[in-house]
Design a protein around this ligand. Sequence first.
Ligand code: BEZ
Length: 202
Amino acid sequence: MILYGNDASPFVRKVRVVLAETGQDGAVTLERVSGTPVEPGTLPIERNPLGKIPALARPDGCTLYDSRVICRFFDERAGAGLYPAGARGWETLTLEATADGILDAAVLMRYEVVARPEAFRHEPWLDAQWSKIARALDALEARWMGHLSGPLDIGQIGVACALGYLDFRHPDRDWRAGRDALVDWEAAFAARDSMRATAPQG
Ligand code: BEZ
């Protein structure tokens, strides 16, 4: 299977961490592509009309996207249990949605800087995106540490990739300030082989 992605995208990283954690690294070949919403470049618009990565081309001709769908596909393929059943399952999906929401805002901030001419950059909009991220991080620190410390699931992988992306693209915002429990959790999770092997670059 061909996984369209690159080494900077945190959404692609989620998929790659799932592959590593579930022993499926060999199931895909990573085809590196790049672009922005303004200039699609080599993004696989013929595979995903939204032009987003990751996209997974399967041998049957079907292309899966986005990261939530692809992660679930590989979890089911391996019977890995990253999506638990019952009450913890709904919590897990909510945690994954929280992580993806952090990433959506963080990626929009990135595009505001690299894809929009500086004269049109809107600082209040950037700050509003960061406020959204900060509220989500505060919620993780206040309410989610028990879940984050439980058995491995897709919510934890999403949060780890989100925090890694904040370090990668927004280090000046200092997400760690005042969030000691999350800091300790991230340090331990970032030491996993799957995280070390997929550290963002670019
Ligand atoms: C980035 O370079 O920050 C990036 C790349 C692909 C998707 C999202 C973000």
